[in-house]
Design a protein around this ligand. Structure first.
Ligand SMILES: *Cc1c(COP(=O)(O)O)cnc(C)c1O
Length: 365
């Protein structure tokens, strides 16, 4: 069976070139006589894999020297708890709620320290998360331990395109970039900590990437489990215990693939074109399709949309699948459709989706 165009929000499409390389190396990595997932993480072979992955990521994202790169486990959800454990100390933190994931992040912090030390300083909830909330009006705490944001809301399709709207002053900016990391260049130096679960735009699940400024290390609560303490993990090169070796290896291959594509500036150009095509199709449909997100905040990675008549949803999904287009069903909490068009989705896949959407609208309008 052929590979179809896969619009899954995550775990998501991988570059075919990378999958073929994995397939080729799976049984015998570079003549070692066994595959990478079958060998010790303490050996020189895996040591070279993780070192190369870190070097390539640093090059792609232009990570300054005073930041640590950590390859951790537990997904972005575990970071929702790990961030307060490591950064909050005895203080409180500010959170911006811009959609489903930042809502989960604030809830998890509240579980640990209660609502008084976790302040929601701005929420897009009143507009149904159709835009990122205005931070100019927000009552930010200049003494907060950190300000937490989600720069691309995977479920709601809200993306911060101009990251300079996020205040990067004395209070460290902490960003969940799970679903748009590596889709564009980012000025890492404006952030205290960036984190991302791998299964959207990096590689297989089981890996979460944390890029953290060194001066934020060593402040964890004393009772923090050692595998959750950034400083301990940094001291041990992300290998206090066995890391997600296969996921790290594959992420490393994705980093090399990104370099071959020309890096993040080149990826951004393709991503802009893919998103432009898809939103233009929605806009030109005379209301047959509708985006719930305000134009300025429409995500380039996750494109939720609804059909004018929800009773057409099932036919849309069935016919899309028959046309070779997978996983377009929207998240259960918002309904409708969602097309995730991450780095690994080629322009041709979006063109196929747009053609199908135009045909479907013509037949059902
Ligand atoms: C998917 C996602 C998460 C949760 O990731 P897990 O790896 O399942 O914990 C958190 N934040 C964002 C923005 C996401 O897209």
């Amino acid at each position: 069976m052929a590979r179809l165009w896969n619009f899954s929000a995550g775990p998501a499409v991988m570059p075919e070139e990378v999958l073929r390389q994995v397939q080729e190396e799976l049984l015998d990595w570079h003549g070692a006589g066994c595959g990478i997932m079958e060998m010790s993480h303490r050996g020189k072979e895996f040591g070279s894999v993780i070192a190369q992955a870190e070097a390539d990521l640093r090059e792609l994202m232009v990570v300054p020297a005073n930041y640590k790169v950590l390859f951790l486990q537990g997904g972005a959800t575990q970071q929702f708890a790990q961030i307060p454990m490591n950064l909050l100390g005895e203080r409180s933190a500010d959170y911006v709620v811009s959609g489903s994931w930042s809502k989960k992040a604030i809830k998890e912090a509240e579980r640990l320290v209660g609502k008084t030390r976790v302040r929601c300083v701005a929420s897009g909830g009143s507009s149904g998360f159709s835009a990122f909330p205005d931070l100019v009006q927000a009552n930010l705490d200049p003494e907060a331990a950190y300000l937490h944001v989600c720069t691309n809301e995977t479920i709601d399709g809200v993306e911060v395109h101009d990251l300079s709207v996020l205040p990067a002053g004395k209070v460290p900016l902490v960003a969940d970039m799970s679903s748009h990391i590596l889709s564009r260049p980012v000025d890492v130096s404006r952030f205290g900590l960036i984190y991302a679960g791998a299964q959207k735009n990096i590689g297989p699940s089981g890996l979460v990437l944390v890029v953290v400024r060194e001066d934020l290390l060593g402040k964890a609560w004393p009772q923090t489990p050692s595998v959750m303490d950034y400083a301990v993990m940094a001291e041990n090169g992300s290998m206090l215990n066995t890391p997600a070796t296969l996921s790290i290896y594959i992420a490393g291959l994705v980093f090399q693939w990104l370099k071959r594509q020309g890096g993040l500036k080149a990826m951004e150009a393709v991503n802009i074109e893919k998103a432009r095509l898809l939103y233009a199709c929605i806009e030109a449909s005379n209301g047959f399709y509708r985006s719930p997100v305000d134009k300025a905040w429409r995500s380039r990675m996750n494109v939720p949309f609804t059909l004018v008549r929800p009773e057409l949803d099932a036919a849309f999904l069935a016919e899309a699948k028959a046309a070779g287009l997978l996983a377009l069903k929207g998240h259960a909490s918002v309904g409708g459709m969602r097309a995730s068009i991450y780095n690994a989705m080629p322009l041709a896949g979006v063109q196929a989706l747009v053609q199908f959407m135009n045909d479907f609208a013509a037949r059902n309008a």
